[in-house]
Design a protein around this ligand. Structure first.
Ligand code: AMP
Length: 143
C-alpha cells in the first residue's frame, strides 16, 4: 500500500496554521481536532514547518504560559521531512522510526497535499497483515 491509496481512504484534509499564528492558536487547533500536530504553511500551501504537542509542552515547561502568545515560527521544527504519494507504508514506517516523529506531511509539486500520522500507519499496516492472512488461509484451504 502506498500514500496515494491511504489518502484516497482517509482524505486529504490537513489542519494548518500560518507562521504568524500564536502557540495558543496552534494549541487550540490541536485540542479542537484532537490531533497531535499541525503543519505550518504559507498562502500557497508551501510547508514552512511543523509544530506538535511535544514542542508546545517543551516550551511551556521551559518558559511558562506567557510563551503561548509567541508566534509558532519561533518554536516549530523547520526541517520538515515529508513524503510523496508513491512512498510505501514500509518507507513511512522507516522514516518515522529514524526521525522519531509521528507525523509525515505529504507534498505534491511543492505544496501540502495531505498528512499521514503514526495512527494511520498502524491502521493500514494491520489491514494489510489481515488481508495477507485471509489470502493465505484461503490458499491453504483450497490446496
Ligand atoms: P511528533 O512525534 O509528531 O509529536 O513530533 C516530535 C518532534 O518531531 C517535534 O519536535 C516535531 O516538531 C517534530 N516533527 C514531527 N513531525 C516531523 C516531520 N515530519 N519532520 C520533521 N520533524 C517532525
Amino acid at each position: 500500500m502506498n500514500v496515494s491509496a491511504i489518502l484516497k481512504q482517509k482524505g486529504r484534509e490537513v489542519e494548518t496554521v500560518t507562521p504568524q499564528a500564536t502557540l495558543m492558536q496552534a494549541a487550540n487547533a490541536l485540542a479542537a481536532r484532537r490531533i497531535g500536530a499541525v503543519v505550518v504553511v504559507d498562502e500557497h500551501r508551501k510547508v514552512h514547518g511543523i509544530i506538535s504537542e511535544r514542542d508546545i509542552i517543551r516550551v511551556l515547561a521551559k518558559s511558562g504560559p506567557a510563551v503561548l502568545e509567541t508566534p509558532v515560527a519561533s518554536v516549530m521544527t523547520r526541517n520538515v521531512i515529508s513524503c510523496g504519494e508513491t512512498d510505501t507504508l514500509d518507507q513511512l514506517m522507516a522514516a518515522m522510526t529514524t526521525g522519531r516523529f509521528r507525523h509525515l506531511p505529504v507534498t505534491k509539486d511543492g505544496a501540502l497535499a495531505g498528512i499521514v500520522s503514526i495512527g494511520d500507519v498502524v491502521k493500514y499496516h494491520l489491514a494489510e497483515i489481515e488481508m495477507e492472512a485471509t489470502a493465505m488461509k484461503e490458499y491453504i484451504a483450497h490446496t
